[in-house]
Design a protein around this ligand. Structure first.
Ligand SMILES: [Zn+2]
Length: 321
């Protein structure tokens, strides 16, 4: 016959209730490294804009044609949002339209939002991360097989020669961003959600663990100065990749460890490091999958620790390479 673990009377029940209440209060403070957004941080880490930039990016103006820095730029790299640093376009999607503004036939998935322009005729494009005005989108012109032209003001963007992207998930994105932001030759970082099955997920939906997304980070780096391999090594050193679907107090699939590769070269590099870690005896729980759309998280999550002058306690860096 199984032995009772506890035997309590009425007095003990009151004690147990008080203990339960204390435990609930403790859990509310200790479980997970962040709240549900109730302490929304309004401060942003956007770059200060010049009057000219503000006229276009904030007040939806247009720079004169053939006047911007990038309409005739043919170098390889990434175009980022001038205001927030989010990667918007790859140089491989840029084409010559002779319209006087940089033209792209595709965006980086999830980076740009299309909406009806105030003129009621055109379709405006804005940065999905910060809402900054970029320009307009046109179709049916047959410039390229995609038959689409993102017509973008140079002044709304920064061009990063040799810029490349990397997408990782390693638990609470606040701490992950804290460490990647410190790495030399990392140009910009954006926290968000990826590897799920719905579009434009919110933090609350991802927290409920029903959309399949992982909290993730998109890193833009100068590939001439830092390698993807170096970034992967940093990724493995700042979290416990032997834990499945959790990082310490943060429990759930949204906190899983993942590398989401953007091309075969990134995949092969990741596989090489996996082999190296297995030889060192690690039981790796990190998933390695092709990248899906990266959805930016709400503004108050971006550079959270920097905004709030704090340091992460869910992540620490441990040298393993
Ligand atoms: Zn932006």
């Amino acid at each position: 016959m199984p032995q009772k673990l506890f035997c309590i009377d009425a007095m003990d029940i009151r004690v147990v209730k008080i203990m339960r209440l204390a435990a609930m209060i403790f859990i509310a403070f200790a479980a997970g490294c962040k709240d549900n957004g109730s302490s929304k941080e309004q401060k942003t880490m956007y770059k200060p804009l010049t009057a000219q930039e503000k006229r276009v990016i904030v007040h939806k103006g247009t720079e004169p044609p053939f006047s911007g820095a990038y309409y005739d730029n043919h170098r390889k790299g990434l175009y980022l949002c001038r205001q927030c640093g989010k990667a918007l376009f790859e140089s491989s999607s840029k084409f010559e339209s002779e319209c006087g503004w940089p033209s792209f036939d595709d965006q980086i998935a999830g980076a740009v939002i299309k909406q009806k322009d105030a003129d009621g005729v055109r379709t405006e494009i804005i940065c999905a991360n910060c809402g900054g005005h970029l320009g307009h989108i046109f179709s049916g012109e047959n410039f390229t097989p995609k038959n689409t032209r993102y017509c973008v003001n140079s002044i709304s963007m920064d061009f990063i020669e040799n810029g490349q992207r990397a997408i990782f998930a390693a638990g609470c994105f606040w701490g992950v961003e804290y460490y990647f932001k410190q790495a030399a030759s990392v140009i910009s970082t954006t926290v968000g959600y990826t590897a799920g099955n719905t579009e434009k997920p919110t933090y609350k939906q991802v927290c409920d663990d029903k959309t399949g997304h992982a909290e993730a980070i998109e890193v833009v780096y100068d590939s001439a100065k830092i390698s993807y391999e170096d970034l992967i090594k940093l990724f493995f050193e700042i979290h416990d990749f032997t834990q499945l679907d959790r990082q310490g107090p943060d429990i759930g699939k949204q906190y899983r460890s993942g590398i989401y590769y953007l091309n075969e070269q990134q995949k092969e590099t990741a596989e090489k490091i996996f082999t190296e870690l297995k030889q060192k005896g690690y039981d790796i729980k990190t998933e390695l999958k092709p990248a899906q759309t990266f959805w930016s998280a709400e503004e108050y999550h971006q550079q959270y620790y920097k905004k709030n002058g704090k340091a992460p306690y869910c992540h620490i860096r441990k040298k393993i390479f």
